[in-house]
Design a protein around this ligand. Structure first.
Ligand code: GLU
Length: 368
């Protein structure tokens, strides 16, 4: 244990059903919080009103509960922090670290086209940067005055040092013309307000992190530590997606996978402890450290998950498996209105489990 504060978060967007990739991030944050004696927080990034849906948010809670990844404080909803985002943007303008940009979308589009045609990276040309536009009713967005010299470095706990020269970073939009925050701005303000000490997320966010560090600096917030997790690939070595079959956590639950096996398998996608394959939840909490997170991508192998599920079924007592089996059958209703009558006779169910547990790889196979 260490005595430094350790507050981490899982920050999903409720725009789809949670998949293995999201849950790897949730699990790593959870395990590290428990390992280091810190807090694991949840933030629902629901600012995209068009794509966010309550059923997706509910599926996030349900998956976390099923996997036993209990969060420590009331979940934060990003959309509710809008006034705070706007206040912080105003503060940045006052401090000279941000400015109101009145360039209409047509000008920005034309600029982008010109730059791309000339083979340049599209960037705002800074027309409004030093004009000090007041807030007089003319539409504006708020942009960060990114430094145009020097370099920004992050010391990533997994990837090592990553440095980008500031000249390559655009004057990022912080607030859009409609007053809503952009993703990077909202994340920085919220992580700061939630007291996050370690930001642990997929390495698809590495480019965002560079931008976020510039925002941290402008806001004069302490910068958290970062750890970017390696990608998860399918068997054909492309990024894991629906094309590779089931990737939804609850799909696995419904096929009769145990939460303990899912946790064990997902933990191994980007972390290892020697060549050990089987870990209980307690083992993982005890052993999981940032130092052992891998740099290289992991391949998701459904066969291995299936094998591991069988191992977890065998590692439990027949009584424990009988209870998990009953929960599963009640959820799936394969026996319809016979379900309760069937599970009334627990001794018989335990006997069935005793006979099938030796070879079953899923709870479904106990029923079949
Ligand atoms: N909402 C983002 C996502 O789902 C995560 C942002 C973050 O972890 O900083 O990818």
């Amino acid at each position: 244990m260490n005595s430094h504060p350790f507050r981490v978060r899982f920050a999903p967007s409720p725009t789809g059903f949670p998949h293995v990739g999201n849950f790897r991030t949730a699990l790593y944050n959870f395990l590290l919080a428990r390992h280091y004696g810190g807090q694991f927080l949840l933030r629902i990034e629901d600012t995209d009103k068009e794509r966010s849906r309550p059923e997706y948010e509910e599926a996030i809670y349900e998956s976390l509960r099923w996997m036993g990844l209990h969060w420590d404080e009331k979940p934060v909803h990003q959309s509710q922090n809008l006034p705070r985002h706007q206040d912080e943007a105003r503060r940045l303008i006052g401090a000279g670290h941000a400015y109101r940009c009145r360039c209409p979308a047509e000008r920005i589009d034309a600029l982008r086209e010109q730059q791309m045609a000339a083979g340049l990276k599209p960037m705002y040309d800074g027309l409004c940067r030093d004009l000090n536009h007041p807030d007089d009713g003319t539409p504006f967005c708020v942009r960060l005055k990114s430094p145009d010299s020097g370099a920004t470095r992050i010391s990533d706990r997994v990837r090592g040092d990553v440095t980008v020269s500031n000249g390559e970073v655009d004057d990022l939009v912080l607030l859009r013309t409609d007053g809503t925050p952009t993703f990077n701005f909202a994340v920085v303000v919220d992580d700061h307000d939630m007291g996050i000490t370690h930001v642990i997320r997929g390495d698809d966010h590495l480019n965002n992190t560079i931008k976020q560090v510039l925002i941290y600096e402008a806001l004069e917030y302490p910068i958290p530590q970062f750890a970017h997790l390696p990608q998860i690939l399918g068997s054909d070595k492309t990024r894991l997606s629906k094309r590779h079959g089931a990737t939804g956590v609850l799909e696995y639950r419904d096929q009769g996978y145990l939460a303990d096996a899912m946790i064990n398998y997902i933990a191994r996608l980007g972390w290892g402890h020697g060549d050990q394959e089987f870990f209980t939840r307690e083992d993982l909490i005890r052993l999981f450290t940032i130092e052992e997170i891998n740099k290289s991508a992991a391949v998701f192998d459904p066969q291995k998950l299936l094998w591991l599920n069988g191992e977890h079924i065998r590692a439990k007592s027949a009584g424990e498996v009988a209870d998990l089996f009953a929960d599963h059958m009640r959820r799936m209703q394969y026996l319809g209105d016979q379900t309760e009558a069937f599970f009334n006779d627990r001794r018989r169910v335990v006997k069935i489990v005793e006979c099938t547990q030796v070879r079953a790889k899923t709870l479904d196979e106990i029923y079949q």
